[in-house]
Design a protein around this ligand. Structure first.
Ligand SMILES: Nc1ncnc2c1ncn2[C@@H]1O[C@H](COP(=O)(O)OP(=O)(O)OP(=O)(O)O)[C@@H](O)[C@H]1O
Length: 255
C-alpha cells in the first residue's frame, strides 16, 4: 500500500486534566491524508482526548496542561491565537450518538453554511443535496427535507450528522465511536460509506471495538493508559504487532 503525505503531525503531545490525570504522554503520530487512521485500545487510553485535541474541543474540558504541538497543513492547532471556528470547519467531528438539531432535515445540513453567511437559496439547496448524497442519505429523505430531523431513524440521523459536517467541505473528519449506538445494518452502511469517501478526506476514527478497528484501519494506532504503544499500517499491525501489549489486546486477552 502506498502511504500518502501526512495531513496532521502530532509531536510530543502531552495532556493533563486538572484532577492530575495525565491522559496523553508524549504522543508522536503522523496521520496520512486520504486514508482512515484508527485510534484504538481499551477505555481510558486517551483516544477521545486526542480526537478532541484535533479540533480543540478540549478547550471546553477541564484540561490543565497541554504541551507539544499538532501540525495541520503546517499550522499548530494548539496555538491560542488560532481561529477555532475556522479550524472546526476544516476538521469536522461526528460523535457517538447522533446529535441532530431540533430543526428540519434540510436545516440541519444548511445550518453551518448559514452561520458562515450563505443566504442564497440556490447555493444552499445545491450544498444540501450534495452533502446528503455524499452521506448516502439523499435517496431516503429527498421528498421530506422539511420534516423534523428527529423523525428519521438513528442510523439515518448519524448519516445526517455526517452530511452536516460534509456540507462545510472539511479536509479532515473525526469520528468518535460513530456506530456505537447503531444496529449492524446501519453500522455496515457507515463503514462502507467511509470507505467510499475516504479518498477525498482524511479520516480519524475511534472505533467501538477491535473488530471494527481491524476492518477499517488503513493505518492504526494503539493507545494504552495515555501511551501510544505502537502505530503503523493496519494490515501489519493487526496481523503482526510488534509489542506484546498490542498482541494481547488484538487477540482478546484483555479489553
Ligand atoms: N474531562 C476530564 N476530566 C478529567 N479526566 C478526564 C476527562 N476526560 C477524560 N479524562 C481521563 O483521561 C484519561 C483518558 O480518557 P479518554 O476518554 O481520552 O480515553 P479513551 O481512550 O477515549 O476512553 P473511552 O474508550 O472510555 O472513551 C482517562 O483516565 C479519563 O478518566
Amino acid at each position: 500500500m502506498v502511504i500518502s503525505m501526512d495531513k496532521i503531525r502530532i509531536e510530543h503531545l502531552s495532556i493533563r486534566y486538572s484532577d492530575g490525570t495525565e491522559s496523553l504522554r508524549d504522543i508522536n503520530l503522523s496521520i496520512p491524508a486520504n486514508q482512515i487512521t484508527v485510534l484504538f485500545g481499551p477505555a481510558g487510553g486517551g483516544k477521545s482526548t486526542l480526537l478532541r485535541a484535533l479540533n480543540r474541543l478540549n478547550d471546553l474540558a477541564d484540561v490543565q496542561e497541554v504541551s507539544g504541538q499538532i501540525l495541520f497543513n503546517g499550522i499548530n492547532i494548539l496555538d491560542p491565537k488560532l481561529n477555532v471556528v475556522e479550524l472546526r470547519r476544516k476538521i469536522g467531528m461526528v460523535f457517538s450518538r447522533p446529535v441532530v438539531l431540533p430543526l428540519s432535515i434540510y436545516q440541519n445540513v444548511s445550518y453551518g453554511l448559514e452561520l458562515m453567511g450563505e443566504r442564497r437559496k440556490s447555493k444552499l439547496d445545491e450544498a444540501v443535496e450534495r452533502a446528503l448524497r455524499r452521506a448516502a442519505l439523499w435517496d431516503e429523505v429527498y421528498d421530506r427535507l422539511h420534516d423534523p430531523a428527529n423523525a428519521i431513524s438513528g442510523g439515518q440521523q448519524q448519516r445526517l450528522c455526517l452530511a452536516r459536517v460534509l456540507a462545510l467541505e472539511p479536509e479532515v473528519i473525526l469520528l468518535d465511536e460513530p456506530t456505537s449506538a447503531l444496529d449492524p445494518v446501519s453500522t455496515a452502511r457507515i463503514e462502507g460509506l467511509m470507505q467510499e469517501i475516504k479518498e477525498q478526506y482524511t479520516i480519524v476514527w475511534v472505533p467501538h471495538n477491535v473488530q471494527q478497528a481491524a476492518r477499517m484501519a488503513d493505518y492504526a494506532a494503539f493507545f494504552l493508559q495515555g501511551e501510544l504503544v505502537e502505530h503503523g499500517v493496519g494490515e501489519t499491525l493487526f496481523v503482526k504487532p510488534r509489542d506484546q501489549r498490542t498482541q494481547d489486546y488484538v487477540t482478546g486477552r484483555f479489553g
